[in-house]
Design a protein. Structure first.
Length: 275
């Protein structure tokens, strides 16, 4: 089964292009609470999309699903509404799937599930060591539709130099195995275009298949539309590069070297981090 590809944007014109190229989910990212402090100094994506962005993207989607990442569970402040209110507004704006980031306790997950109350699908973003350590308890909670492992923040939580160390040391595999046994669809991390990325996308995609992953984010290194704004180029790039990914996935139908690829992945990660 092909990976569900997700792309983060709040630009309707880019969302249409990504949808037409075969991206399964357009990802509006409203998370900002606490993100700057925990990723301080990193060249990471820090969006602050809004409910209006959710509405704008919803209006242009005809095939792709609308995924919205909300903020971690929080109380209302003078500047922003509470989690319950944020979830209500996100559902009203048309989200097909809501993603809860940076949770640490099972109670946070239960609160999230109760607030959604079956009105759209739920996706947990597992990206803290605390959540990883109580995954068995989390998996017993009813109402979780999918889980994505956020290897960037999770690697920070484990004090790793490079996020793909978690693929090398077995952390991601252990989590995936638990989710597979629980019958909950899962994915992890992001991918660049084929032939690109510090760790080539082909190696990462094969690892997705080895681990039974069903989803991946097309990362900023796939295409950063904050820097590249030519719509004609963006359309051509999406059509070409998504098609290449799909063709590569088709070639994996009779692949027998997933274990060899895993060894190669570990070797390349070791070279990147210098140990």
């Amino acid at each position: 089964m092909a990976l569900k590809l997700m792309y983060i944007t709040n630009k309707p014109e880019v969302a249409i292009i990504a949808q037409n190229a075969g991206v399964d989910r357009i990802f509006v990212d409203m998370e900002y609470i606490g993100k700057d402090s925990r990723q301080s100094g990193l060249d990471s994506v820090k969006n602050h999309h809004t409910i209006q962005d959710v509405k704008s993207i919803k209006r242009v989607l005809t095939k792709s699903e609308l995924l919205v990442r909300i903020n971690p569970i929080h109380e209302a402040t003078t500047d922003y509404c509470s989690s319950k209110e944020e979830i209500e507004e996100t559902i009203k704006a048309g989200a097909d799937i809501i993603m809860l980031p940076y949770f640490k306790t099972a109670d946070e997950v239960r609160y999230f599930i109760n607030c959604v109350d079956g009105r759209c699908r739920t996706l947990l973003l597992l990206e803290t060591p605390q959540a990883a350590e109580i995954l068995d308890e989390i998996l017993s909670i009813k109402g979780i539709d999918e889980i994505h492992i956020g290897i960037n923040d999770l690697s920070l939580g484990y004090h790793k130099k490079f996020m793909f160390e978690l693929l090398r040391n077995g952390t991601v595999e252990k989590l995936c195995n638990k989710m597979r046994d629980a019958g909950i669809p899962y994915g992890f991390g992001g991918i660049a275009a084929l032939g690109k990325g510090m760790l080539p996308a082909e190696i990462i995609i094969k690892e997705h298949y080895r681990l039974g992953s069903s989803m991946a984010i097309l990362s900023r290194s796939f295409l950063n539309t904050d820097k590249i704004t030519n719509i004609g180029y963006i359309e051509q790039y999406f059509n070409t590069e998504v098609n290449k990914i799909r063709e590569f996935e088709l070639s994996l139908s009779d692949c027998t070297d997933f274990e060899e690829n895993h060894v190669l992945l570990k070797e390349k990660v070791s070279l990147i981090i210098g140990d």
